[in-house]
Design a protein around this ligand. Structure first.
Ligand SMILES: NC(=O)c1ccc[n+]([C@@H]2O[C@H](COP(=O)([O-])OP(=O)(O)OC[C@H]3O[C@@H](n4cnc5c(N)ncnc54)[C@H](OP(=O)(O)O)[C@@H]3O)[C@@H](O)[C@H]2O)c1
Length: 318
């Protein structure tokens, strides 16, 4: 079978090699999955660079999210494959407990994209930030994989959603995602827009996958009793917030590491999958697919993702 492999760390386009490799053998509790679609994630870029919190032994095949067919049963599933046999190949391995029935309402590319970003969005907005209908939700990088999911989930929860995007070409797509207010951060100051559209109150929940200036601005336009969700640092800078500011303005800084729920409470992930499947059936969850690539084009997709140039999800269809 064909699979992309990383033999040394570096930029995806330089270090990924497409090789003919032996079919992987499932270990205890694992299954072999024929990959139907692999949704690319920022951590795939970090894995290639050797900068992710998990460093699989070299050589490894990246790809942390897939839709596939279990060999032997034919069941169509979504979930996280087991590195080092990731999703960027014709077949991958996965722990059975990390796979869930693929939503019938979604095609392979969309189904592959419904796991990490939407689970993260759901846990962030509902479990960690307790978002309420009628509240104002500000989403940074609202066009990105994680951000676009948060926009849809925020709307499904009855929130008013302000989407921040980088560039005029992204604003129309953010409106189509359902955002009530769209801010191009390159042309407008999002802090002023948030204050203006909330009559000075600020945003109740802020979903931040970017860090850096996005975080700094968020602290300036978060509402009384607001919650800033720390989701990621796609901008490359990890903020060092002033805790006295959180005290005097009476807001919360809430961290989320979705993957940790696998260790602490797997049932919550299963429950969330069922809720997301229902939302997909109702049409409230419909992952934004910004690119469909053949297997040989995977490094191009990862390069775009690493440069912050992708819109929605880039999916590889082997
Ligand atoms: N906490 C968790 O459990 C969890 C789970 C999944 C992912 N994450 C993290 O969430 C983050 C976003 O992931 P994603 O898959 O949504 O990535 P993505 O699709 O590439 O989106 C990132 C977006 O960030 C914005 N951005 C702003 N400044 C940037 C810069 N200097 N370089 C690159 N992008 C910049 C860009 O949008 P604009 O230009 O439109 O602003 C870009 O599209 C990653 O850090 C990832 O590790 C965390």
């Amino acid at each position: 079978m064909k699979a992309w492999q990383v033999f040394e760390h570096g930029e995806p386009a330089e270090v990924l090699k497409l090789n003919e490799v032996e079919m992987p053998e499932p270990g205890p509790g694992q299954v072999l999955v024929r990959v139907l679609a692999a949704a690319l994630n920022f951590p795939d870029v970090l894995l290639c660079r050797g900068q992710y919190q998990v460093r699989p032994p070299l050589p490894f095949t990246p790809g942390v999210e897939l839709c596939g067919e279990v060999v032997g049963t034919g069941q169509r599933v979504i979930g996280n494959p087991a590195l080092p046999q990731g999703a960027l190949g014709e077949y991958a391995l996965a722990n059975e407990e990390d796979l869930f029935p693929a939503p019938l309402a979604l095609d392979d590319a969309a189904a592959a994209s419904m796991h990490i970003a939407y689970q993260t969005g759901w846990f962030g907005l509902h479990r960690r930030a307790n978002l309420q209908a009628g509240e104002t939700l500000l989403v940074h990088a609202a066009e990105g994989g994680v951000g676009s999911a948060a926009v849809q989930l925020g709307k499904a929860a009855g929130a008013r959603v302000i989407a921040v995007v980088g560039g005029p070409d992204k604003t129309e797509v953010a409106r189509k995602l359902g955002a009530d207010v769209v801010v191009d951060r390159r042309a407008e100051n999002f802090i002023l827009v948030v204050k203006e559209v909330t009559d000075g109150r600020g945003a109740d929940v802020i979903y931040d996958p970017v860090g850096g200036d996005a975080y700094a601005g968020s602290a300036k336009c978060v509402a009384f009793e607001g919650r800033i969700l720390v989701i990621g640092f796609a901008g490359g800078t990890v903020p060092a917030p002033a805790l006295n500011h959180a005290l005097v303005k009476n807001y919360s800084i809430v961290g989320l590491h979705w993957g940790l729920y696998k260790q602490h409470n797997r049932q919550l992930i299963t429950d969330c999958h069922e809720k997301l499947t229902d939302l997909a059936e109702q049409g409230d969850v419909d992952p934004l697919i910004g690119g469909r690539l053949a297997l040989y084009e995977a490094p191009e997709g990862l390069a775009k993702l690493g440069a912050g140039e992708s819109v929605g999800r880039i999916v590889v269809l082997p």
